[in-house]
Design a protein around this ligand. Structure first.
Ligand code: ATP
Ligand code: MG
Length: 257
């Protein structure tokens, strides 16, 4: 059971910006939760506090029942995939996947055999078995993105965090990887928090979406519930915007014909 809880979590940056204001949110065991909202609403800040990359100003974050506010990122057992993922160019796919495991110290240290098992498992899960000896420059964009995902998965984290992981892929690849990420989640069942500003991505990936605006949580609900029963005008406008644009585009095309 890996539950994540934000309890009254506030982040105030040194310059006075309140990026997240009294966030109360529980991510249930095995859930795929998508944090969504316009640029600057506090999505990345929330995720970075959970990962331990930003201090919490007020409130408390728990993972699996343990308060993690003062734990270093490495001690939280979270895997993180960023938008600007960087693979090590001089290392093979296999070496990129295993880098974090090979660097582990103390209790976290794994045997060579166990590391190999984890590389093989992740590669097979992500369709990278044939690419293990290649260098990143010999891979397609989608394959590189899969290596970045694999690097988080080989640690078998309790919680998987992703911040706009698909935003530098073209539309086709994005669709393909979106399906892939959801399939992986269904297979592994890892508690996941995924950040995006894209409504369609949020609606199609999530078990539940949490919509933020101006550092404040506006609503959390399954995608269709939020769409059909928006908690306020902001949510209504935000979720409908994309759909309305699609309808408008379609109408324009019909009128032209
Ligand atoms: N290091 C920082 N110092 C001061 N303010 C910051 C810092 N990082 C972020 N902010 C501010 O905090 C707010 C939330 O930023 P955050 O990066 O969490 O937004 P976001 O929802 O992830 O946006 P985007 O969709 O553009 O990535 C913004 O107003 C931003 O300008
Ligand atoms: Mg962000």
């Amino acid at each position: 059971m890996v539950e994540v809880k934000f309890e009254n979590v506030t982040k105030k940056y040194d310059d006075g910006t309140v990026a997240v204001n009294k966030l109360n949110l529980t991510v249930h065991d095995g859930e795929f939760l998508v944090l969504v909202g316009p640029s600057g609403c506090g999505k990345s800040t929330s995720l970075r506090m959970l990962a331990g990359l930003e201090d919490v100003t007020e409130g408390q974050i728990t993972i699996d029942g343990n308060v993690v506010n003062d734990l270093a990122p490495g001690a939280r057992d979270v895997g993180m995939v960023f938008q600007g993922y960087a693979l090590y160019p001089h290392m093979t796919v296999s070496e990129n996947l295993s880098f974090g495991l090979r660097m582990a110290k103390g209790d976290d240290k794994l045997s060579k055999d166990e590391i190999q098992v984890r590389i093989d498992d992740a590669a097979s899960l992500l369709g990278l078995t044939e690419q293990l000896d290649k260098k990143p420059k010999e891979l397609s964009g989608g394959q590189r993105q899969r290596v970045a995902l694999g690097r988080a998965l080989v640690r078998r984290p309790k919680v998987l965090l992703m911040d706009e992981p698909l935003s530098n892929l073209d539309a086709d690849l994005r669709n393909q990887m979106r399906t892939e990420i959801r399939r992986l989640h269904d297979e592994l069942g890892t508690t996941t928090v995924y950040v995006t500003h894209d409504q369609i991505e949020a609606m199609t990936l999530a078990d539940r979406i949490a919509i933020m605006d101006g550092g404040e949580l506006q609503q959390h609900a399954p995608p269709l519930t939020a769409y059909n029963e928006p908690a306020n005008d902001f949510v209504k406008g935000f979720l409908c915007k994309h759909i309305d644009e699609i309808v408008e585009t379609a109408n324009n095309i019909f009128q032209q014909e």
